[in-house]
Each structure stands twice: as C-alpha cells, then as structure tokens.
Design a protein around this ligand. Structure first.
Ligand code: IPT
Length: 954
C-alpha cells in the first residue's frame, strides 16, 4: 500500500475520468436502473488502510456491514460507523490546504447488480453511471476497472461505462473519503456527513440519445408572447402540443403564452425527440432582467419573501426523499413564502422540479464556502489561488449545466462566505458568458464587481432603510443595484424578532427587493436519549452547539412560531381599516397575480366569540391595486369587546393547499375590552393562621398570599427573569451586546426580595418590598396592594426602579404557582406564543389548550410560550382578569429548570404549575447572529403599575 494510491485525496483539481456536466432530467424513454438500496460497507479510519483489491469482481464482502444508499454512514449503524461533527465555520481539521488529516474516515462501498431483463443489448449504445451527490471525495470502479475520482459533494458526476457492463454480476465499488482537498471548499455551517447521500443511477444511452440541451423560454410582457428555442448537442425536434409548437433544435418559435411566475407557475409539457431518445420537457416562459436598477421578471419588479433552505432530515441528514422535498415546498407555499435560496449548495435536482411545478423563485447557490479561512484573515483562501480555479469553475459549470432548464431558477449564486478572490471572478465571468438569461449573486462581493445584485446578511433595520433611500454610498455600480438580504431574521430558538419591521421597509422602498430568512429548518439529529441532538452531543472536539438549530421548522418539520409569524408578515394581501367606521381597505400585495383566486369573509367577534359571519365581495384587484369596502352594520355597536376579523381564503383547491386555506387575515377592533371593576368592600382580619382578606389568606410576616377560596397558591411575587433565549444569549462575536450574560452578571437571575412592611388597613393589605440582586445597588421598590369585594381578590403591583438601570429587563410581572392545572382557557392572543416583536400572528380570540400544549419545543430549552394581550385566563380553578391585558405563561417547571435544561428531555414536570403574568416582556430580536431587538421593543426599567383580579370561579 503506497501513499500514492490516495494522492488524489489532496489533489486540488476537481477529479479525473468524469464526463463533462450536462442538463439533468428525471426520466426519459431510455432505460435507467436505480442503484439505490443496500450496499456493503467497510469503514476504515484512514484513506489508505486497504488497497484497491476490494474493487475486483469476486472480492468477498460477505462479512462487511451494510449501509443504505443514499445515506451518510455516520447516521447509520448506531454509532458503529463514527459520528457526525458540527462546526459553524471552523474546519474540524488543521488548516493546511490542500492537506487533510491522516485520520480520514473512509467508506469502501460495494454493490453487485444484474441488468434487468428488459435492458437493451449491450451493443446498443452506451451507458452512464451517475452519482448525484457524494461527500466529499469518491473513487469509482466498475467490474474491476477504475473509472476515475471526483470531488464536489453536492454536484452530479457521470462516468461512461458502456463497454464495462455485463448482463449479470456487475460489481460497482466506490471508495468514499470524508476529507479531501474538496473539503476546503465545503465549509458550510452544517454537519459534516460523509457518504453517498444522493441517488446512484445507471442510464442507458441509446445511439442518438440526448447529450446536453438548453431550453431558452423567454416571455415578452409587451406582446404576451413566449419565445422558445432549444439548443441540443444532438439534433432533434421539440414539440409542445398545447402551443402547437413543432420545431427543430436550434429553431425559434414565438407564440402567445401564459408566462411562468412563482405566483402563476404555468408549465407547458413538451418533448425533445432525438433519433435515440424522447426527453419530456416542462417549459416555463419567463424573462429575468435587471432594469431601472431592479430585478424584474416579465417586466415587473418582484419582492423576495424567501427562506434559506439547507437539505435536512432528522434521521437521514442531507439524504432527502422526494416526499420530504415536496413537504418542504408545500409548507413554504402554505406559509406565503415565494422564494428559496438553496443555501449553500445546489439541492437534490428533483427539488427544483418541484419549485417549477408549485412556483417558487430560486437562487441556486454553488457548493462553495471557505469560511474557516476568516480565522487567518483569509490567508491562503482557495478562491484567491489560481491552483484552485479549475475546481471552482468545475463547480460553477456542474451547477449551471445541471439546473439551467428550470424556470424557477432566476439567480445563480457563486457560493457563501468564501471571502474574495480571482477564482470567484472567474466563476462569475464563466456563468455570465454561459447563461445571460439570469443574474449572478454573491454576498461577499461588497462592491458588486462580479455580481448583478447588492446582497447583505443581517444588516440592522436602520441600515436597510439607508440603502432603501440610496444613502449608503458604495461603488458606482453598487449604487445602481437593488438590495436583497440573502440572510436575515436568524430563526434560532425563540424568534426571530423584527420581521414585520423589515417587511415594512421592503414594501416602502423599491430598491429593497426582499430577503431570505435564515433558515428553513433546524438541523437536529434524532437521538434516543436527547430528543434531537446538536453540536457537541457526539463528543466533537470542536463544535458550535445548537447554532445548527436555527430554523423556522423544528427538526421534525413542525412549524415553529417563527414560521407562523413570517407567514403573517409576508401575506400577499393587506387588509387595513378602522373597525369603528365599518370600512376596510384591501390591497393586492402580489407581484403578478390578481385576487381572483381568493374569496373574502368577515366575522364579527364579541368577547372573542363569533357573533355573525358573512362574505365580502372584493374585486379581482391587480397587483398593487387597492379597494375601499364597506362592512355590514355591526350586529351590536356598543357594549362588550368587539372586533371584525377579515380573512382572504383560497377560492378553489390549488396544488399546494385546499380551498378555504387562509392566505391573509386582519382584525379591526370596534369596542375595546373593559377590565372588570372591583369595589373594595372587606377589610383584612388577623387570624391564627395569618391575615384573612375576603376569600384569601396571607402570611402575616411576609404578606405572601397562601390560599384563595380554598385553592393553595404559591403566592405571586415580582419576577424579572426569563430563561435566556438564543437571541438573548447573543452571538459570540457581539461580546458587548449579549443580554443573557449581561443580565446574569447583574444578577437578574438571583433577585432577592426584602419585605419592608406588611400593612393591613381598613380597605386592604399593602406589602412593601425591595427586589434587588446581591452585589449591586440597583433595585425595584415593589408594592403589592391587595383588596377584595368579599368574593374576588385584586392585586395591584407598583414598581419603582432605584439606582442606575442601564440594561433592559427580561420581563416584568409576577410569578405564582398552583398545585395542579391542565386545561387553560384564555381570552387574548393565540393560538401560539408571541413576544413584543414577534406578535403579528397572535390573534385575539378565546382559546383553550393544555399546559403541555402551551410549551414551544425549542430544541435547546429557553423562554417560550407567552400568550400576548391576554384579558383573562382560567386554569386550575383560578380565574385571572388583567388590567391592563397581560402576557400569560404557564409551565410544569420553573424558569430555573427551564434555563438549566440543555435538551427537552431534561425537563420533567414537577408538582406545581408555574404561571407568569407579565406586564412587559423584552423583545426578542435576532442577536443570535444579527441585530438585537429594536429600541421600541425594549423593556426599560421604568415605574410601572398593573393589576390582576383573582377569583376561583374558573
Ligand atoms: C451566516 C452563514 O452564511 C450561514 O451559513 C449561517 O452560518 C448563518 O450565518 C448563521 O446561522 S454567516 C454570518 C455569521 C456572518
């Protein structure tokens, strides 16, 4: 065994023996054979542990393990094949390009297959072997003959294998190395997961079959005509029956068509027929252009309401089946998302078919990131080293050639976080020359030298506004370009906050063409003891913890509150108005579609319950158009709290959601809520057990509430602490603005309550306290005033900050506990959680949930589950009415237990239910990566007063 046999592992060229890239298509009339399934696996700790004898036919692999292809071996075999590693940007090996460690987990894969009975005779044409994705480097043999090797994990590679095939007993051998020179180009923020993780297919290539082809299908919005031309390596004819098109390859046809947009994804079925093959085409006519400094499709500017999508499945990693991909697309469509950035590599090719079919704008991103070089000020960055340029160009070409026939792809992205350099320029030049019909994106190109759109990640709102108003400066070229946020709204844990504020800016300034929330799904790995595992759970020596769980979906694809918030914020219909004057203004916020696909309903809700409903007739407004409509006479004008709820629903079933699916809604308040009045009518009395006031008893020494109408209550007292969210904790690179650590340093998690006075008087009980952390001079003078009308008990809390408070408070309210509670009824915001800057989707109504249902299962436990604007809540026999409305939270563990938990499985219900009734909550922001909460969502330590009426009627 010589080291030379593995020299290719550190070769900076992209590979050898591989065919040039070409267009990908799912199926034609040529035969193909899927080689997915069970393969034999021999895993070694190093690249050169074994010679290549295993690739020879007849090699005995019977005692090898088995592995499923597509798959990652580290996610199979219950740990017997090694473990996943998570790092954000650090390379998990010494940075010495192009070298890789001697410890280089290597999987020898073997699959023996027969050709199916109906496979054409081997003399009829050739055959190709296609790998859609192998991480990170593969060397391939068929029947003992070496075909070559390749890198470029999320890109397709094909070998010509015609002469090597036999009718039976073909031996396909693939040696996969976890680390290679290619790993230096694949430093994306995700798990490192080696393996053959996408399909392996044998394709018959009849004589005269299609090699490569390029569908050019443009749309002229002035004439309403589409123009089709298909360039093909092998000449043939293109037919599109619905359009009466029958032309030769290279010829042009111009006919009236319905254009393709993400909102109206019209596809025409066609066929490319060459002498040897008929390839089905799905043609979408559309024209992408940069015009007047804006990205326009079919002559109209568009607004990206996007997400960054990594491929993720909690059990299979980046090996996704078609149904999971479809689920992603359906979930996006149902949540008003109109765009995907395929962060940070081309996805499985079938995903783009789904984007064409259901309608999503796509920024297709190349498999390129060298982020770890930032640690050495980008010295030796491969993208600025000519030796690596062929590999970069190979990656660009493999993406563009594979995906060029998708109407959904409107922008090519060179990669992510790779610094700057000549290699990137070479990629951009190549792409522009090969495909002038789309735009080029790369966020790292701050001057937009090589790109067609100015792109930023995580800028604060104020800066986005400056750019919107073109006050940002920059190069001449950049000043003429539109801005997109390729990443914003870091959806790690509870949050992101501030989405609505970004959206308002995007809608106000033309130059701002929207953005892509980071990111679609948490990359938690299903784990027998931990629920979902994250970085460090596999004992990695370097890792970035739960930074890998920052998605709008939980790992099992349940939508998180962040996704519901985003859906509300990006609704394609705006519904505004004054409930009191009975008028409502409807605006079509689509870019292309009119409103004919929607119906509108109203309901008149009294105290959160529907009193009357009806439909609203709304004209089929064109994009941007508004109409002012009159609502019916309200059934009851004065009296209890009342409001209109207006909804826009799908009028018909669509491919992505059934009829009546709610696309947009709004509430228009009519009559405000009136908190219950309570006239104090009983005086406190001293008893042997303490102080009695109406239905309540108090500890005479501390003034603490003990019982209420026979209910044992762990008395309410001031609480300012919340289990810091990932956004509170902040990103490590923002040391001065990380609230969690600053709060702990001040001691807000260990406040002491000093009782200064317990003062019964003729009309009630006053308890004076000072709440403050040890070691600091700041404090909160807190007075509890209790009164009763004999039946009910009212608490008024007054808080006066003392000393110099510079930090915002996490929360301000009271915490109490009940011995038991299961069902919760409330009138207020719901059904899900909300915080000051994440409350758009919170809809005031009457709701019921169990205490368990009130919890939001963030993969790393943290503050969650508050319901906004609650007027009253009932649980465990207690009714609480707030004045003003309050934030309501209930859980079966304390804040301290929540804070101490690293995984959901660390949380076990105690013997009480803990309830927080908050007057204020600190905003959430996006500081786990980006800016913190905007100033208007800060909870400042200021004098405050708030009341609750408690009763046991509930
Ligand atoms: C940005 C990366 O592009 C993305 O991959 C992800 O790591 C995200 O951050 C955070 O989750 S890079 C940003 C830290 C500048």
């Amino acid at each position: 065994m010589s080291l030379r046999t593995t020299a290719y592992v550190t070769d900076v060229t992209p590979g050898a023996g591989v065919l040039p890239p070409r267009a990908w298509y799912p199926a034609s009339d040529a035969k193909s054979l899927s080689l997915n399934g069970t393969w034999r696996l021999r895993r070694s700790a190093t690249a050169d542990a074994h010679d290549d004898a295993f690739a020879a036919p007849g090699h005995d692999t019977r005692d090898w393990a088995e592995v499923t292809v597509p798959g990652h071996w580290v996610l199979q075999g219950d740990g017997a094949f090694g473990s996943p590693i998570y790092t954000n940007h650090l390379y998990p090996f010494p940075v010495d390009p192009p070298h890789v460690p001697t410890e280089n987990p290597t999987g020898d894969h073997v699959r023996v297959f027969d050709l199916p009975k109906d496979w054409p005779r081997l003399s009829e044409g050739g055959a190709l072997l296609r790998f859609d994705g192998v991480e990170s480097c593969a060397r391939v043999w068929l029947n003992g003959t070496e075909l070559g090797w390749f890198t470029g994990s999320r890109l397709p590679h094909e070998f010509a294998v015609g002469e090597l095939l036999r009718p039976t007993g073909n031996v396909l051998a693939v040696r996969v190395h976890q680390w290679s020179a290619g790993s230096y180009l694949e430093d994306q923020d995700q798990w490192w997961l080696p393996g053959i993780f996408r399909d392996v297919t044998l394709l018959h290539r009849p004589e005269g079959s299609v090699t490569d082809f390029f569908v050019h299908a443009s749309y002229d919005h002035r004439t309403g005509e589409g123009t089709l031309r298909v360039d093909s390596g092998v000449a043939g004819r293109i037919t599109v029956p619905a359009l009466d098109i029958d032309i030769a390859t290279g010829e042009t046809a111009t006919v009236p068509v319905d254009p393709w947009t993400a909102e109206t994804p019209t596809l025409y079925d066609g066929v490319l027929a060459t002498p040897g093959e008929r390839v089905p085409l799905r043609i979408g006519f559309r024209t992408v252009a940069l015009e007047d400094g804006l990205i326009k499709v079919n002559g109209r500017p568009l607004l990206f309401k996007g997400v960054n999508r990594h491929e993720w499945h909690p059990e299979h990693g980046r090996a996704l089946d078609l149904e999971t991909m479809r689920q992603d697309v359906l979930l996006m469509k149902r949540h008003n998302i109109n765009a995907v950035r395929t962060s940070h590599y081309p996805p499985h090719p079938a995903f783009l078919d789904l984007c064409d079919e259901y309608g999503l704008w796509v920024i297709d991103e190349c498999d390129l990131e060298t982020h770890g070089f930032t640690e050495q000020s980008w010295r030796d960055n491969p993208v600025d080293d000519d030796r690596w340029t062929p590999a970069l160009l190979d990656r660009a070409a493999r993406m563009v050639e594979r995906d060029k026939n998708h109407p959904s792809v409107v922008v090519w992205s060179l990669g992510n976080e790779a610094g700057t350099g000549r290699g990137l320029t070479a990629m951009a030049e190549w792409i522009h020359a090969r495909d002038a019909s789309r735009l080029v994106h790369y966020e790292g190109d701050v001057d937009c030298r090589d790109t067609d759109v100015y792109s930023r990640m995580y800028p604060p709102h104020a800066e986005v506004e400056r750019i919107g108003r073109s006050l940002d400066g920059g190069t001449r070229k950049r000043r003429r370009l539109p801005l997109i946020l390729c990443e914003y709204g870091h959806a790690m844990g509870n949050g992101p906050g501030g989405l609505a504020d970004y959206q308002r800016l995007f809608e106000r300034y033309d130059r701002l063409q929207g953005g892509f929330v980071w990111e679609w799904i948490d990359h938690g790995i299903r784990h027998p003891e931990l629920g979902f595992a994250y970085g460090g759970d596999f004992g990695e020596e370097l890792h970035d913890g739960n930074f890998v769980c920052d998605g709008l979906l939980f790992p099992d694809r349940t939508p998180s509150p962040g996704l519901l918030e985003y859906r509300k914020v990006i609704e394609p219909v705006r519904i505004e108005g004054q409930g009191r004057d009975g008028s409502v203004r409807i605006t079509n916020a689509h870019d292309f579609a009119d409103l004919s696909a929607l119906t509108f309903t109203w309901s008149y809700d009294v105290e959160g319950e529907t009193a009357a409903t009806g439909t609203l007739s709304v004209p089929a407004l064109t994009p941007g158009e508004s109409a002012e409509l009159k609502l019916p006479e309200p059934p009851a004008a004065e009296g209890p709290e009342a409001r209109w709820t207006i909804r826009a629903l799908l009028a018909r079933d669509t491919p992505w959601a059934p009829r009546d699916h709610v696309v947009a809604w709004a509430q228009l308040p009519v009559t405000p809520h009136r908190p219950p009045a309570l006239t104090p009518s009983t005086a406190p009395a001293s008893t042997a057990d303490g102080i009695r006031l109406g239905p309540a008893t108090f500890d005479a020494r501390t003034g603490t509430l003990l019982t209420l109408g026979g209910l044992e209550v762990t008395g309410p007292r001031l609480d300012v602490w919340r289990a810091p969210t990932d956004n509170d904790e902040g990103a490590p690179w923002q040391p001065d603005a990380r609230l969690g650590p600053l709060w702990r340093k001040l001691g807000l998690h260990r406040m002491r309550h000093r009782v200064d006075a317990v003062e019964p008087d003729g009309t009630g009980l006053t308890v004076r306290t000072r709440v403050a952390p040890a070691g600091a001079e700041v404090g909160l003078a807190t007075t509890y005033r209790w009164v009763s009308d004999g039946e009910r008990l009212k608490l008024t809390v007054s808080v006066v900050p003392e000393g110099d408070w510079t930090l915002p408070l996490p929360r301000l309210g009271v915490r109490l506990a009940l011995p038991r509670a299961d069902r919760v009824r409330w009138f207020g915001g719901g059904p899900g959680e909300a915080y000051p800057d994440t409350r758009s989707a919170s809809r005031p109504a009457r709701w019921t949930a169990s205490v368990d249902d009130l919890q939001t299962p963030y993969v790393r436990p943290q503050e969650n589950g508050a319901r906004a604007d609650v007027h009253w809540a009932e649980l465990g026999g207690l009714r609480i009415d707030g004045d003003p409305a309050f934030w309501f939270t209930a859980r079966r563990w304390t804040t301290e237990q929540l804070e101490a938990a690293a995984h959901l499985t660390d949380l076990t219900p105690g013997d009480r239910v803990w309830i927080n009734l908050d007057h204020g909550q600190m905003g959430i922001g996006s500081q786990s990566c980006g800016p913190g909460a905007l100033p208007q969502y800060h909870l400042h330590a200021r004098p405050a007063e708030f009341s609750f009426v408690f009763s046991t009627r509930g």
